[in-house]
Design a protein around this ligand. Structure first.
Ligand SMILES: [Zn+2]
Length: 337
């Protein structure tokens, strides 16, 4: 259990991605020879698996294709990791394990669709590229990166897939780390909540994540909800801002109903340009979120954010137009002049 807790906690967006691509681009001294070998191996692999139609093998990739998602390995990377010019023996194990996981990856996709009433990328499949970097990952796009080959313990490494796919459904808040991460943490928790109803293996993750996120929120509240003291734009300090945000979403869902968070994607300013959002400060963001929430959810939720000491204003420049409407129109009432 100790190991599980540790690894669950080190799921990070973007970790080591730069290094990863730099490493990937290193060219092999035996390009020609390796290419032939790869082609032979691709043929062999196809011949070995003719009765499994959801595995697709090309020169460079092996894809395990599910209904809504797929997982893939870059063959060159696998060979580099194994330190061999041949298709390493261990890859068959990884591929078998990935096949076991695709069912859960597909389910997670459906649960997120349910929660958020949203189908990203017009229903095109979301892919998980699996690479060798313990615990890290990146998400938000049609292809997510999962920084570890499948372990023996399936329900453990699935947590990375769930988290990174959640980013592809929840949209990011530029420069406001806590909201980008907090929403993905919350969505990942929701997947475990649903999975635990049919498979007791996921009870541990459901309970551990709820305890962590609600626990951080309660700690924040125990200090008198010191909004100004929290690093909302990074993962630092005594209070973990993304966990607090995830705890807030759980609190709202449990107290006022899941329908209040079912439209949470709309609260991200997904329909506004990145240029506009990049210019936001925390106060603008907080006001915009609550304005949006008020338009789709229960009015009492606004009171919760006030109790959490969010710096909310209805009409800060007193021009008769609510801040939320002005922000939506691309104006920032907090910047005068
Ligand atoms: Zn993340």
């Amino acid at each position: 259990m100790q190991t599980k807790i540790l690894i669950v906690l080190i799921v990070l967006i973007g970790l080591g991605v730069g290094g990863f691509f730099a490493w990937k681009n290193l060219s092999s001294p035996e390009d020609e020879k390796e290419k032939e070998t790869q082609e032979e191996l691709a043929e062999e692999q196809t011949e070995e698996q003719p009765e499994v139609p959801y595995i697709e093998v090309t020169d460079n990739e092996i894809k395990i294709i599910g209904t809504h998602t797929y997982m893939f390995f870059d063959k060159t990377e696998l060979m580099q990791v194994a330190g061999t010019s041949k298709w390493p023996d261990s890859s068959e194990t990884y591929i078998n394990r990935a096949q076991e996981r695709i069912e859960y990856f597909d389910k997670a996709y459906l649960y997120l669709q349910d929660l958020l009433d949203y189908t990203p990328f017009s229903g095109e499949k979301i892919g998980a590229k699996i690479f060798d970097a313990m615990g890290g990952g990146y998400g938000g796009g049609k292809t997510i990166g999962v920084g570890n080959y499948p372990y023996e313990d399936m329900d453990l490494d699935l947590q990375t897939y769930f988290h990174e796919m959640s980013h592809s459904f929840t949209h990011s808040c530029p420069q406001i780390y806590a909201f980008t991460e907090g929403r993905a943490l919350f969505a990942g928790y929701y997947i475990n909540l649903r999975l635990s109803q049919e498979n007791s293996d996921f009870l541990f993750f459901r309970d551990h994540q709820r305890r962590t996120f609600v626990g951080e929120l309660e700690l924040y509240e125990s200090y008198g909800s010191p909004f100004e003291d929290v690093y909302w734009d990074k993962s630092a300090g005594e209070l973990h801002s993304s966990s607090i945000v995830a705890g807030m979403y759980i609190r709202i869902a449990e107290r006022y109903g899941w329908e209040n968070v079912s439209k949470l994607r709309k609260l991200s300013g997904a329909d506004m340009s990145d240029d506009t959002k990049n210019a936001w400060d925390q106060m603008t963001l907080a006001n915009f979120l609550v304005y949006q929430w008020r338009s789709v959810g229960d009015e009492k939720i606004v009171d919760m954010f006030l109790e959490w000491n969010f710096p909310l204003h209805i009409d800060s420049d007193e021009d008769g137009i609510s801040d939320g409407e002005e922000i939506r129109a691309g104006n920032n009432p907090f910047i005068k002049g």
